[in-house]
Ligand binder design. Structure first.
Ligand SMILES: [Zn+2]
Length: 433
């Protein structure tokens, strides 16, 4: 009788522990994502040292999980060139329409400083396709802003799209034409990027239905700051495996995002990629527990400067802290915050044996709805490792929210639908790799 009671009590205790640890994982993830996407982190970009604050926070978490340092530091520092807009940005049409940054317009992040009131010249995308009209308009554009009506772009043919994109790039970047800058009017979602050089022309994208023929002047005010040698960092920690083999599994995710556009517009980057860092730190927490120690060594890398061209991972591959040939496998996580439709795995069609194992573990434990295979794609920090012949996957969650590289990618609306299951899948996978 007593034994039965004990067993029942133990079972209850066990059940409570399981529930707590599962809840604990998601709770920890939420805490990390909330912190990393808060205004205090300034979008983890290059305004107000956002990326340094985020790196410091991650290093502190590494320390909590007792990860080992290299050369007495979790940081691997490197330099990049960046173009930023740290001060207030104003864009006004016809003296009457003040546009809302982030919501109604974006500045091209490579734009130089620009201030003043400029007259305009309008051109539709169909006119861009007719060389004679385009050249004629360009002739009369000196010191003006060219307004480009690009509404309905997605209904055009592929060749028309390519031609228009090339002409717009020419107008926005080529220093030779005499116009001051350009403004693209679109009905597409606004999607920002990071600036890495200073263009000779300022350009803006406006998402608002406006009859551009009625706009005859534009007032702009934007200060840009270009830094040729901006110091940023990867954050790296190491966990020794039980087997004492020198074979290492790398777990990576980028922590940087797009920062701020002006003083008021924040790009929080909750899904991209505070969520991937939350997964990485959860794995660090789990595997650093003595009872969960993996056989192989684990190298945790929170990459910097991904959004600006995968520069943190490029720096690491050129300056590895462990011999690259000791990497057994690399798992890179970017966009880990949904999962309603499962995950997609880049390189699944290359490393088929490893992909089958992932599928098998998922099936046996009924974790994610689907694990969809994808071929190679140089679209996140796994890319240079793959190019060096290192086996790797990059996985991202599917379904849920559509916010991406915009002001709406925030903690409050990030569902983390299948975070616990995703985390569990990767834990099991690392143990069996
Ligand atoms: Zn990303």
């Amino acid at each position: 009788m007593k034994i039965v009671i004990m067993t029942k009590q133990l079972f209850l205790l066990f059940a409570v522990c399981i529930t707590f640890s599962t809840q604990g994982q998601e709770e920890y993830a939420r805490k990390i994502i909330k912190k990393l996407s808060s205004p205090k982190m300034h979008g983890r970009g290059y305004v107000k040292n956002g990326e340094k604050k985020a790196a410091k926070y991650i290093a502190k978490e590494f320390k909590k999980h007792d990860l080992n340092k290299f050369n007495n530091s979790y940081y691997q520092k490197f330099e990049i060139s960046v173009n930023t807009q740290p001060k207030n940005i104003k864009l006004n049409l016809n003296d009457t329409l003040q546009l809302i940054p982030g919501k109604e317009f974006l500045i091209n992040p490579n734009s130089p400083s620009v201030k003043g009131i400029f007259s305009t010249i309008c051109i539709t995308q169909n006119e861009l396709l007719v060389d004679s009209i385009f050249q004629k308009k360009l002739k009369h554009s000196e010191n003006k802003f060219i307004l480009i009506d690009r509404y309905g772009f997605n209904t055009l043919s592929k060749s028309e799209k390519n031609k228009i994109t090339n002409i717009i790039n020419y107008l926005c970047y080529n220093p030779n034409p005499k116009h001051k800058g350009c403004v693209i009017f679109t009905d597409d979602k606004l999607t920002w990027t990071a600036g890495f050089f200073e263009s000779s022309k300022a350009s803006f994208t406006i998402q608002k239905k406006i009859n551009i023929d009625e706009i005859n002047k534009i007032s702009v005010d934007c200060d840009s700051e270009y830094h040729e040698n901006y110091q940023t960092q990867n954050v790296i920690g190491f966990l020794e495996g039980k087997s004492k083999s020198d074979s290492t599994i790398v777990i990576s995710a980028h922590y940087d995002h797009l920062g701020r556009m002006g003083t008021k517009t924040l790009f929080p980057g909750a899904n991209d990629n505070a969520s991937g860092i939350a997964l990485l730190l959860n794995l660090a927490a789990y595997f650093s527990e003595p009872s969960n120690r993996p056989d192989y060594n684990l190298l945790f890398i929170a990459f910097g400067a991904e959004e600006i061209g995968l520069l943190g991972s490029k720096y690491y591959i050129d300056n590895p802290l462990l011999p690259l040939e000791k990497i057994k496998f690399l798992l890179n996580f970017d966009l880990a915050g949904t999962g309603d439709e499962g995950i997609k795995v880049v390189n699944a069609t290359v490393f088929t044996k490893e992909f089958e194992l992932l599928q098998k573990i998922n099936r046996e434990n009924s974790l994610l709805k689907k694990i969809a295979p994808r071929g190679t794609a140089c679209n996140s920090d796994h890319c240079f490792f793959y190019e060096k012949g290192i086996p790797c996957f990059y996985s991202y969650t599917l379904g849920g929210i559509s916010a991406y590289h915009d002001i709406y990618d925030k903690y409050e609306t990030l569902p983390l639908t299948k975070f616990t299951e995703y985390n569990k899948l990767i834990q099991l996978y690392i143990k069996q790799l």
